[in-house]
Design a protein around this ligand. Sequence first.
Ligand code: 48F
Length: 264
Amino acid sequence: MAIDEKIITEAIISEYYAKFKSCLDLDVAVVGAGPSGLTAAWKLAEQGFKVAMFERKLSIGGGMWGGGMTWNFIVVQDEGRQVLEDAGLTLKLFKPGYFTVDAVAATTTLASKACLAGTRVFNCMSVEDVVLREVDGIKRVTGLVINSSPVEIAGLHVDPLVIGCRYVIEATGHDTEVLKTLVRKNDVRLNTTTGGIEGEQSMWAEVAEAHTLSNTREIFPGMFVAGMAANASYGSYRMGPIFGGMLLSGVKAAEEIAARLRGR
Ligand code: 48F
């Protein structure tokens, strides 16, 4: 069969823009494709919600590829194990209560679950701001301001584009980048003790794992925090290469948002 390069180009242009156009009005926009964002996207997309995920890097998976210090295994406790088993992974019991799994297998499997469930993934896309609106007298996040990562990396002066959504999941990890932008640019109060971002504390895995789950909530109207961003927002600890809290946080964010969207 003859191959026409122009048809290949046309196929990519058509498919990409059809995908982009279908994402102008989302149920949920997930920022950051680490383990918490991937799990949340998977769980929401498999219920039929319209979900897109925006990830600055070329690869999705965030900080899970390299296990601990590039030694590519991760650890989960009993509590988080089921999420990975539901995804099709087999975990190995290392010591009572501690399970291991290959980090690359875990990352690719979660990524695959999110994609195959119907998440529209935009890699190489950075979220640089949010859209704020006053809805019934209350300020609310109603969309994201996005730009091509190569534009961002090159420091080019190019304006962004905008998508709309019912909910944002802020899953940008330790840096809580999107939430920081929301607070820096607007006179807003978050659902935290001080009303601001509390900041992340040093390593305390046991407490951090539990807090990741309790800190997964709507921190500002229209915006949930998940994963490490949840702990960094609410002033809890880091936990290193134990990932159950990240997975369960994604599940919780998905459950809470699904309930709100259904009650709409
Ligand atoms: O850091 P990350 O993996 O977030 P997570 O889901 O998981 C944390 C763990 O990896 C680990 C840990 C567990 O013990 O502590 O650190 O909370 O993934 C966050 C993703 O967000 C992307 C970033 O490239 C990464 O892949 N990201 C960050 N800021 C932006 C962004 C942004 N402004 N726009 C798009 N993507």
